[in-house]
Design a protein around this ligand. Structure first.
Ligand code: FE2
Length: 326
């Protein structure tokens, strides 16, 4: 099934992805990973929660770590353009029979909570508490020097259906992988903010969160993180990379947090703002699709993901096999 034509006049205006809530079993251990190792900045913390931002971000948080019994994902957050967009989003989700709830969220204005048709918990807002810029406070740069949140990648049991739904919301496809045998889309990368993606979908037991990615200034930041993790007790949390992706052309590394939530460190994709940008198609069996240099990803990368709170994953219909490292 070809990817749909972009919806240039969506029912409400999403600016970009914004934040993720990770539920974690040991807050101190997670702090050691996200703050002391990756270098994210704490903007608020108490006994049950830690709020973090990256170095270029002016909004209060891009990750909320919440102390919990289960290691799952509480919500994926998106910023909308203006207040009327929030009401238009509420009406659109309600019209589709999806849950619509106005919730109180610390450090955020009016917040709409809903779910996509497969149960992924989503929240939309316009206003988040703004903080002073710190991107030139170089004494704060440590770890991998994370500049900003870049994208979410989700496992989907039906990528064609996920693409159709998010396309209707105005996400535009930049690249996709097709299974040549069935003609179905196996994975797709879709954006709002003018990079390769804000969201991506990968064929697999879903919905589950595959990873959250952070943009860093240079590939050297990734090499420095590898040296740091390898010598501070985190070597087993390095999963895949470093390398250069075929899709997106970005330099990458995948690491796992103490609860197994996967974080991608991502550097230098390309601009996609043109509304008539033609998506790039890849074949599932192209060895340069995952990694331009040809190295396949390990099996864990195709199978391991984080559950979403309150969403029951479904088996995939499309059984096409990617290339997996031996
Ligand atoms: Fe990614």
């Amino acid at each position: 099934m070809p990817v749909p034509a972009p919806n240039l006049y969506p029912p409400f205006n999403i600016v970009r992805l914004s934040h993720v809530e990770y539920r974690v079993r040991d807050l101190a251990k997670s702090r050691a990973f996200y703050v002391d190792t990756l270098g994210l900045q704490v903007t608020h913390e108490d006994a049950d929660r830690i709020y973090l931002r990256a170095l270029e971000e002016r909004g209060h948080h891009c990750i909320v770590l919440v102390r919990a019994e289960a290691s799952d994902v509480g919500v994926l957050g998106f910023k909308l353009y203006d207040e009327p967009d929030l009401d238009q989003a509420a009406a659109w989700f309600a019209d589709k029979g999806l849950p619509v709830e106005w919730v109180e969220r610390p450090h955020m204005g009016r917040t709409l909570r809903t779910r996509d048709p497969w149960g992924i918990p989503l929240e939309f807002y316009v206003k988040m508490e703004r903080l002073a810029p710190i991107h030139q406070h170089y004494k704060l740069y440590r770890g991998v020097r994370p500049l900003r949140i870049d994208h979410f990648n989700m496992f989907s049991a039906d990528v064609d259906a996920s693409v159709a739904f998010y396309n209707e919301m105005g996400f535009r496809t930049t690249e996709y992988t097709e299974d040549a045998e069935s003609g179905k889309v196996w994975a797709a990368w879709m954006h709002r903010k003018g990079g390769v993606h804000d969201v991506a979908f990968t064929n697999g037991l879903g919905p589950r969160l595959h990873h959250t990615a952070f943009w860093v200034p240079t590939p050297m930041a990734i090499i420095d993180l590898l040296d740091l993790m390898a010598t501070t007790g985190w070597v087993d949390n390095i999963e895949r990379g470093p390398g250069r992706h075929g899709i997106s052309n970005a330099f990458f590394l995948y690491v796992l947090d103490p609860d197994g939530h996967r974080i991608e460190i991502y550097c230098s994709d390309y601009q996609t703002v043109d509304p008539d940008l033609e998506p790039i198609k890849w074949d599932l069996k192209d060895p340069q699709r995952q990694t331009l240099w040809g190295a396949p990803a390990p099996r864990s990368w195709f199978e391991h993901g984080s559950l979403f709170e309150g969403a029951e994953p479904q088996e995939v219909a499309l059984k096409a096999q990617p290339i997996i490292a031996p």
